[in-house]
Write a protein that binds this ligand. Structure first.
Ligand code: PGA
Length: 237
């Protein structure tokens, strides 16, 4: 497991962007899995800028997303569908048919999740997985105590996650209680993983995830067993 120490979130984003660029240069039809949240915002900004400068194209790239709130439709401003369009897909040449985001309104959520897994399998696997990390150690919405063998599924969100994500929903009560998320086993099957974490709020959990014994209380700790993981962080652990 490799750690890259950056000086700021901007530098984290620049490094992540150059890894993505390298991946797409090597393979035009790369399969990416993308995160949402505050941390990757500057990364998306930078990728959009590179696209405008003619340095990168997403035309052939397959883009999966990690997760989506359950019960929010694609037009809801707090959905991750909306986030991805607003921050990235509206400004680059990714083809709609190559974008795969779980449908938070799926009545048959089991089928939605199983189909998502099948779509990933059909691609021959994710080349580059980009992760954030929650203050409770979640990756995707894989909350503490979940199985390391999990696949894409419907999960209950931790109260700490709901609190951390409650701002745009105006209150904790309005913050979704459930989400669809890719599983830990699915994450671990990616060929390469980069994890981005910025700010002292994340320091403790990143330290535990990478230095403590692997344990289900800290889902991200399973990454210690992956052969190609790089954490890009702007604090010392
Ligand atoms: P954040 O979210 O980037 O908004 O901190 C990360 C996460 O919860 O996975």
């Amino acid at each position: 497991m490799k750690i890259i120490n950056a000086k700021s979130c901007q530098e984290i984003s620049d490094i992540a962007t150059s890894i993505i660029l390298k991946q797409i240069k090597k393979k035009k039809n790369s399969v990416l899995c993308l995160p949402t949240g505050k941390t990757p915002l500057l990364m998306y900004k930078k990728l959009v800028q590179l696209f405008h400068d003619g340095k990168i194209s997403f035309e052939k790239v397959l883009c999966f997303n990690l997760d989506e709130y359950y019960g929010l439709n694609k037009e809801n401003k707090n959905s991750y569908h909306y986030y991805m369009r607003k921050n990235f897909f509206n400004f680059v040449d990714a083809e709609d048919e190559n974008i795969f985001i779980l449908d938070g309104m799926a009545k048959n959520f089991k089928k939605e999740c199983d189909d998502f897994e099948k779509k990933i399998k059909k691609t021959n696997g994710i080349d580059l997985m980009i992760l954030g990390i929650g203050e409770n150690g979640h990756i995707g919405f894989n909350e503490p105590e979940g199985s390391f063998l999990s696949r894409t599924r419907l999960v209950n969100l931790d109260i700490s996650t709901r609190r951390a994500n409650s701002k745009p929903f105006k209150s904790l009560r309005n913050t979704p209680k459930r989400a669809l998320t890719i599983g830990l086993k699915t994450i671990m099957e990616a060929k390469q993983i980069i994890l981005l974490a910025s700010g002292n709020k994340k320091k403790n959990i990143v330290k535990k995830a990478f230095k403590d014994k692997i344990n289900k209380k800290i889902p991200a700790s399973i990454l210690q067993t992956h052969k190609n993981v790089t954490a890009i962080i702007d604090f010392k652990i």
